[in-house]
Design a protein around this ligand. Structure first.
Ligand SMILES: Cc1cc2nc3c(=O)[nH]c(=O)nc-3n(C[C@H](O)[C@H](O)[C@H](O)COP(=O)(O)OP(=O)(O)OC[C@H]3O[C@@H](n4cnc5c(N)ncnc54)[C@H](O)[C@@H]3O)c2cc1C
Length: 320
């Protein structure tokens, strides 16, 4: 890690490894630093990734690390704590174990943290029976007894999950009161509404068995869809003056993201972002595609710099 890289990629999930693969194949010296906590780690399989349907998340990333290494890219474990701009151009990143690495450009693909609803049992079943995304898990729980926990997106989620099962219950919980029109929509689609506060989840043999209500009633359910607060992992960028911005939907704050253009260009020259850190909705294949897009832009930017430096060197040589 002592040498100066063309690009340091912070984060080795789908976005980071895809970016690194593109850069390594473009004959750039690239280093990936990864803390090893991809967002979908609790899930057994990746779905909706064409050609890799059902692959375990750890397998896809292991294959990706091997592909990056196959073209000369370096992938190391570690957690980056901050970055600084260097006099004369480029950046230096610092790791929490004291190591540092310098690069001409940075690609930050640190993902996001799902802040879960604060209810007993939710964390333990996250990614197995407590779910957030029907495109990731809907097929696996089709025709089962599905609950949807209220939140800003509760109504929308309940109507969406109804596509996968005709046994959907919406628990508005402490969310806003549903309008008569919304209740009509739910009733017309056969979605039951159970009013009252949810106090926790009931389990049997380690699986979800039901939703416990404040009045003591338990509503039998096999899966529970929840909305999470999706918070961009943006600490690395703070020292460069780049902060995450809040993202609002339906009048509620649902998380934060690092703003960038469609190519991943941030407000800080030389720093790109890709994947969930900037696009909270990005699935694995979308994150991988964003990593490739940003990497191609970074390479083009480096090519432009290489040309400028070569012209300067040539005219200096000619002047001598
Ligand atoms: C339970 C669950 C199941 C899911 N299932 C699916 C599915 O079936 N199909 C699908 O398409 N999508 C699925 N997703 C979404 C999927 O997880 C994301 O689309 C994907 O992980 C985004 O990739 P990424 O590279 O942006 O971030 P991540 O995969 O989260 O990777 C970010 C990496 O950066 C590292 N990192 C963070 N901070 C630092 C730091 N400071 N220094 C060094 N490294 C750092 C992290 O440890 C992590 O390894 C699921 C999500 C969840 C929560």
């Amino acid at each position: 890690m002592d040498e100066r890289y063309d690009v340091v990629v912070v984060g080795g999930g789908a976005a980071g490894l895809s970016g690194a693969l593109t850069l390594a194949r473009a004959r750039r010296r690239v280093l990936v630093i990864d803390a090893g906590e991809p967002r979908n780690a609790p899930a057994g399989q990746i779905h909706n990734y064409l050609g890799r349907e059902g692959t375990p998340p750890s397998q896809l990333l292991a294959d990706g690390r091997g592909e990056v290494a196959g073209y000369g890219g370096e992938v190391v474990g570690g957690r980056v704590t901050g970055a600084e701009r260097l006099d004369g151009g480029g950046f230096r990143v610092a790791l929490d174990d004291g190591r540092t690495a310098a690069a001409r450009r940075l690609l930050v693909t640190t993902g996001l943290v799902d802040e879960l609803p604060d209810l007993p049992g939710v964390r333990e079943l996250w990614g197995t029976d407590v779910l957030h995304c029907p495109y990731c898990h809907g097929w696996e729980v089709r025709d089962r007894a599905i609950g949807v926990l209220g939140g800003p997106m509760g109504l929308h989620q309940a109507l969406l999950w109804r596509q996968w099962s005709d046994d959907v219950v919406l628990f508005p919980h402490t969310d806003r009161v549903l309008t008569a029109e919304e209740r009509e929509q739910l009733a017309a689609r056969g979605v039951t509404v159970v009013d009252g506060e949810v106090t926790g989840l009931e389990t049997a043999a380690g699986r979800l068995a039901g939703i416990r209500m404040a009045d003591g009633a338990v509503v039998a359910r096999q899966a529970l869809a929840v909305g999470t607060r999706m918070v961009a992992r943006s600490d690395v960028l703070t020292s460069l003056g780049l902060a995450a911005e809040p993202l609002e939907m339906l009048g509620a704050e649902i998380g934060s993201f690092v703003a960038a253009d469609p190519m991943g260009v941030t407000a800080v020259p030389g720093v790109w972002v890709a994947g969930n850190v900037t696009d909270l909705r990005a699935q694995v294949i979308v994150s991988a595609a964003a990593g490739l897009t940003a990497a191609a832009q970074i390479n083009a930017d480096l090519v432009a710099e290489d040309v400028r430096l070569a012209v300067e060197a040539r005219s200096l040589a000619g002047a001598r």
